[in-house]
Design a protein around this ligand. Sequence first.
Ligand SMILES: [Zn+2]
Ligand SMILES: [Zn+2]
Length: 355
Amino acid sequence: MTNVINGICVSSVELVIMKRKERSWMYKRKVGNSINPEFLKGVDEFLKYVEDHPKSSNPNEVRCPCFKCKNKRLWDPDTVKLHLYRSGFLPNYYEWTCHGEGFPGTRRRESNEYREMVLDAFGQSQDQGHSEEPLVSLEEEPNAQAKPFFDLLRASEQPLYEGSSLSVLEMASRITSLKCEYNLPHRCVDGFASLFNEAIPNNNHMVETFYEVKKIVKGLELPHENIHACPKGCMLFWKDDAQLSTCRVCGSDRYKKTSKGSLVPLNVLFYFPITPRLQRLFATKNISEEMTWHAKHPRVQGTMAHPSDSEAWKHLDSCFPEFASEPRNVRLGLCTDGFAPHGQFGDSIHVGLSF
Ligand SMILES: [Zn+2]
Ligand SMILES: [Zn+2]
């Protein structure tokens, strides 16, 4: 891409380099023990730019790009100035994107990866998603099928509170992911959610319980089935056996009675159907490119760069040429890291799936 400046054609890359040179003062805060006069002048220039390109109706709400606030907090211009004098700019902030700037040739809209995640999950094209027309219109109530999609889009665009750089969806997704990562108990998440709610400005959209957090991300969920199993692992209560109440093999009970008299299954298998998961992989732009990597990259004789270089892959190609000719074909590979059928380690085989 080229741009014309003073009659000279320059590429976007050159523009980036020019801007970096012009703004090198941003990272030369000190000369010896005192603040560099060039830095002081630059900060004034920055604040002038902010004043000319207001992002908030309140002039005392300026996003602070200092090393500590990292564009996540809002202050009045004098405090921002003080922060910058004290700790300098956050690294690599040559392009003042959080203050309304975009290099020519780059997208003006701040990227919203959570919005893209929603578009991916529902198989909407990215171009459609990036059009300037807002996808969420409040005038018309969407039909029942489209409702989860519009709810998610709205959550991806709605800031947690006015001026927050976090969206409602980002907050909910990150809480859910932390809960899984650290195996946090339900009540712990409830506690933190209501603490956040108290800590951030009053007029906010932060929910107070994990139950409500889950409701926000629910539309992204992939289907799963709970299938009851024998407590000793002999069989599943599934298909023809779905109605049995004792194990056909060992006679164990399927349910136990609680003190309140209701029946709860003793063992449950969570079944995650693979088809919708594969569909989701293909719906995500970056991942779908990787899913068809083997079709676009030629094999190099004698090197092993991808499972498609393997004998097993080639064998399948020769047995099913029609299947092999479709670049989006998916093969499931099973591998184990050791197999001890009669030994004491027999039930701890690690099995890996690859595509
Ligand atoms: Zn700051
Ligand atoms: Zn059994």
